[in-house]
Design a binder for this molecule. Structure first.
Ligand SMILES: [Zn+2]
Length: 96
């Protein structure tokens, strides 16, 4: 079984299972491929790009890491106990 992503002429995308690529061709020739949204039979395989790298279209910018715990939830903080109330001291250096 093959799952194809199909696309109609109105740019609706939907998925459909086929036994194999010949089954897809047969159904397409028979006009059995119908868009579930608009009923269009002018349906073809959509170009799939499952893992496109570098397109940058739907990449959410990574949130800045928060090493400190401004809200006081120090139990989850990797610096727990090192910056309690005195952030300036930790920045100066851990030595003397
Ligand atoms: Zn459609």
């Amino acid at each position: 079984m093959i799952l194809y992503t199909l696309r109609c002429s109105h740019d609706h995308h939907f998925e459909q299972w086929f036994d194999n690529s010949a089954d897809y061709d047969a159904k397409k020739d028979a006009g059995a491929l119908v868009c579930p949204e608009c009923g269009d039979t002018d349906v073809g395989k959509a170009i799939m790009a499952p893992n496109v790298k570098g397109s940058g279209q739907d990449k959410a910018p990574a949130p800045a890491p928060m090493p400190s715990c401004a809200s006081g939830a120090c139990g989850m903080c990797p610096m727990a106990g090192q910056h309690r109330g005195r952030p300036g001291r930790a920045q100066r250096g851990l030595g003397r």
